[in-house]
Every structure is written in C-alpha cells, then in structure tokens.
Design a protein around this ligand. Structure first.
Ligand code: G1P
Length: 289
C-alpha cells in the first residue's frame, strides 16, 4: 500500500523578472487571477487533495506570502465592525491551522531541485507533493486530487503531464514514454528542457508532482543540469529503475501564469467561471472580437 501524502512543498523563491515592474516589491505568486493570488489557488488545490502540511520555500522580499496565510487582526476587526461577514470568512478560511505551515528559505537561486532540497528537513521520510503556483490549473476535481487517486494505484513518483507543441519542448521537463494509454503514461526516462530535435516525446511535465523521499538523496549530490541549475527533473530521472515514474494526463486546463498572455488567459477563464461576472466578461470580450 502507498503511504499517504500529507505534505506539500510550494517553491516560491523565484524572482518573477518576467512580470517586472509589477513584481519589484511584490512576490509574483501574489499576482491575482480575478481576486485570488496564484499561491492561494495552489494551496487550496493541495488542501482539497488532502494535504495537511504546507511548506513554503521562500526567498528575500517574499514576506507578503507569509502575511497572506496569517491572521490580519486589524483588517478582520474592520470587516467585523462593517458587518462584512462573507468576505471575512473568505479571508479567514485561507489560513492553515497553526503549526501546519512552515517557511524555509532558498538562500541562493540554484534551481527547482535545490528549492525542494531546501525543504528536506520538513519532509523527513515521507512522500510529498510539489506545486508550482505559476501553473494554474482549472479542473474539477483539482489536478492534485486527481493525481492522488492515481497515486493510490501506481505509487512511486507521479507527475502531471500535458502534450505540448514540438517547438516548445525546451521549456519543460519531457518524458521518455514507455507506455501511454492516454490517461497514465509510464516513463523510462525524463529530460529537462531538451531541444525539439532531441526531445524523446512531446509529453511535458506540468508543475504538479507526487514524489518519494528518496529523491532528496539524489538532490544531496547538488549536480547541476540544464541551464546550470540543480534540476528536480534530473533527480526524478535518476530514481527511475528503483522508483517507477508515471505521468498523469489530468482532466482540466492549465494556464501558464509565468508569462503575460497565459496570465491574461487565466484571468479571462477564471472570471468566466464566476456566475456574477460571466455576462459582464462576455460583453467586454465582444468589444474586442
Ligand atoms: C519547471 C520544471 C520543468 C517543468 C515546468 C512546469 O521549469 O523544471 O520540468 O516542466 O516547471 O511548469 P520552469 O518553468 O521553472 O523553468
């Protein structure tokens, strides 16, 4: 039987240079899609999937994330006085239970693998999830919850996957596929950001992972990979053979909120999901069609 996944790592130390100047004094993970910051979507997705411990790997100038997941007595008092009880409960329900949230710092930007490694003492010897808030996924049930159901059957390491255009393989971790039934793919290898000509497939990793703690021992080696960074992809690739790797074709739509167009697309899609906004958004879109 597979061990339950109760911990999730949120790597949030990245600089967000693509969103400057907006991200000069604000973490990119706090950019809102409609009125919810990207990081909150990721935390809620994790919570809905049964995650109980939330581990943030932060960096300098990221304290707004810590404040977001904490009480704000002044604000709450004000909302209470104004009788705005609905928004008050919305603001409160974001906050994890005391002691279930922890923060560690990635002191140097050495890559995603390094960020996960920085959380090693919080992981101890348990399987864990990793969620990249830039990859916003519109799905019911949430992507990680779908993965938990698959993980229950296949165990090992599991990543969310999606087919990408051949010319974009150099933006993603790409699976070398052994079998694929269109729902679950079994991988015999994994490469970080291969050139289209070298890519073993077009099946790319989207920022959701369920990983076994052994991954950490590979990360201990601090080996640099693509882009001179310590890559999570390489650690997962190393463990294939001992730990099977599967890719899950999730049911839902992923928005790459790491770039302006993807972020705009997400804002439109998520606002269309809101009943009280839908008609207004359609009206606006008509103006531009
Ligand atoms: C990271 C991973 C990559 C994965 C991608 C998903 O890359 O290294 O394997 O496909 O996230 O968004 P990054 O986007 O941080 O360069």
């Amino acid at each position: 039987m597979t061990k339950l996944v109760k911990k999730a790592i949120f790597p949030v130390a990245g600089q967000g240079t693509r969103f400057l100047p907006a991200t000069k004094a604000m973490p990119k993970e706090m950019l809102p899609v409609v009125d919810i910051p990207l990081i909150q979507y990721a935390v809620e997705e994790a919570r809905d999937a049964g995650i109980e411990e939330f581990i943030f790997v932060t960096g300098r100038a990221k304290s707004a994330i810590e404040d977001h997941f904490d009480y704000s007595y002044e604000l709450e008092h004000l909302l209470q006085e104004q009788g705005k009880t609905e928004i008050l409960s919305t603001v409160r329900k974001v906050i994890p239970e005391a002691g279930r949230v922890s923060y560690t710092r990635q002191q140097k930007p050495l890559g995603l693998g390094h960020a996960v490694w920085c959380a090693r003492y919080h992981i101890k010897n348990e399987p864990f999830a990793v969620l990249l808030a830039d990859d916003l996924i519109l799905a019911k049930p949430g992507c990680l919850k779908q993965m938990m159901a698959t993980y229950d059957k296949v165990g090992g390491n599991l990543v969310a996957v999606e087919d990408v255009a051949k010319e974009h393989t150099d933006r993603y971790g790409i699976l070398d596929v052994e079998t694929d039934d269109g729902i679950i793919a079994k991988a015999r290898g994994l490469v970080e950001k291969p050139k289209p000509a070298d890519a073993p497939s077009t099946l790319s990793i989207i920022g959701r992972y369920i990983l076994q703690p052994e991954i950490i021992s590979y990360l201990d080696r601090q080996e640099k990979g693509a882009g001179g960074e310590i890559q999570l992809t390489d650690a997962i690739a190393h463990s294939i053979g001992r730990t099977p790797l599967h890719g899950q074709h999730f049911d839902g739509t992923r928005y790459d909120c790491g770039n302006q167009l993807g972020f705009l697309d997400a804002n439109i899609a998520f606002s269309l999901e809101r009943e009280n906004m839908r008609d207004g958004v359609k009206e606006i879109l008509k103006k531009y069609s």
